[in-house]
Design a protein around this ligand. Structure first.
Ligand code: ARG
Ligand code: ZN
Length: 424
């Protein structure tokens, strides 16, 4: 009897080891709030020296006293990192201990046959599935949707923009939405798909989306950074990738932060010329084919596009220019008013709080961003959304949260678009 029991225990221990579901062996997300200047320096060193992924803030240089740091620590480094923190009397809390399960949840049943599923928009999708979806959506809505190839990524993946045009009224204006500029922010491409589905299904049903589409064409780029996105789908260890995947001339480090690569006070404070950082600005403005393709498209459509929207995650914010300077944009008050209205509506409908304001004053200086660049191009209504959540799951937001996260953003985008239509 006793030996049977031992056998049972052994088998289960083995199972645990195999599936990696033993909490102790999993990667963790730590929440750390440095209390002194010294602790800030230790954290900066730690995040640059050890193999970790900084979730918040975007780069070590932004770490400051009394503000919360979220750090992804691979299982292999967990002990070292925790010892180091303890050694310097820095306290931490474990935000998430079951990251492997969460990653598995996010990639689960991404069927190779996306046709078969009913809850397609409530799941995350591989890049392949998204390409398939783009094709199918276009084929099934020939009169309303066009696919425009605007360029290709550094690994030569196509960059497709969907153009939604629901009637051919003269003098129609347009808005632009891009998703997935940062690879690990999976809720962002999910939102672009959600938005297209909503537009096609609810035109002539829902008043707001009907008004919007009657007055505007909508250009949607579902995955601005396909190489990075595809990379985050390949292996657990790459899930936290942010940049694109281009090689650098003078370094072995890979990737440019595409939201630091636009020609807007490029590569000044808040980004970095070092290819090994998460906020590398690239060799020159628009050095990256992804950035260049978007910029070219916007330049050639700047007379019709009145509203620019870029979707990121996480932290629940609605930002507008400028991010490269703390100075106010020329129509700052107007943008503030619009952002206020959009976030109030989100709060009222979904009980979710979104902070709002200019980028530089709400989070940090971050030059070379698409929103600031589009603004300076002449698109005077330019916004960046940071979707759910506020740090509990961070980039590992479970699929069950997709509907609420997307509906919040949808409400926000629709509110903004209607405002812009009213004003222009
Ligand atoms: N989290 C985003 C980033 O760091 C914020 C973008 C705000 N806009 C900007 N131009 N930086 O890229
Ligand atoms: Zn982002």
């Amino acid at each position: 009897m006793k030996s049977l029991w031992i056998l049972f225990v052994l088998i289960n221990v083995q199972k645990l080891l195999k599936t990696g579901h033993c909490t102790e062996t999993q990667d963790q997300i730590l929440s750390i709030t440095p209390k002194t200047e010294e602790q800030v320096d230790i954290l900066k060193n730690l995040t640059s020296q050890y193999e970790t992924a900084l979730w918040q803030p975007a780069a070590p240089q932004y770490i400051q006293e009394e503000s919360e740091v979220h750090l992804f620590v691979p299982a292999t480094n967990l002990e070292t990192v925790k010892n180091l923190l303890q050694g310097h009397a820095i306290t931490h809390a474990v935000l998430l201990a079951n990251t492997n399960e969460l990653i598995e949840m996010q990639t689960m049943n991404d069927s190779t046959d996306p046709r078969s599923s009913t809850n397609f928009y409530e799941r995350y999708h591989s890049l392949e599935d998204i390409y398939y979806w783009i094709n199918r959506t276009t084929q099934e809505n020939l009169a309303r949707v066009k696919t425009i190839l605007i360029g290709s990524s550094s690994e030569k993946r196509p960059l497709y923009v969907l153009k939604l045009s629901l009637n051919d009224r003269a003098d129609k204006k347009a808005m632009w939405i891009d998703c997935g500029i940062h690879a690990r922010e999976w809720i962002s491409p999910a939102f672009c798909l959600w938005f297209v589905q909503h537009s096609l299904a609810f035109y002539d049903v829902n008043q707001d989306i009907t008004d919007i589409l009657d007055n505007m064409d909508i250009y949607i780029l579902p995955v601005l950074n396909p190489d990075g996105y595809s990379y985050t789908w390949t292996h657990y260890t790459n899930r936290m990738w942010r940049k694109n995947r281009s090689a650098s001339m003078n370094s072995d480090c890979i990737g440019v932060d595409l939201n630091r690569n636009f020609d807007a006070n490029w590569c000044t404070e808040g980004s970095s010329p070092n290819p090994c950082t998460e906020i590398y600005c690239g060799a020159f403005p628009e050095s990256e084919p992804e950035t260049h393709a978007v910029a070219e498209f916007l330049r050639s459509h700047k007379d019709t596009i009145q509203l620019y929207v870029s979707i990121h995650s996480y932290s629940q914010m609605l930002l507008f220019p400028y991010s490269y300077t703390v100075e106010e944009a020329e129509n700052h008050n107007e943008l503030l008013e619009i952002a206020k209205e959009a976030t109030e509506k989100i709060r009222r409908y979904y009980r979710s709080n979104y902070r709002y304001g200019s980028g530089a004053k709400t989070i940090y200086l971050a030059p070379g961003g698409s929103d600031d660049w589009a603004y300076n191009l002449g698109i005077k209504y330019s916004f960046t959304f940071e979707l759910q959540d506020r740090g509990h799951y961070g980039f590992l937001l479970p699929p069950s949260h997709i509907p609420k996260a997307c509906n919040e953003a949808l409400t926000g985008v629709k509110t903004i678009a209607l405002k812009v239509i009213e004003k222009t």
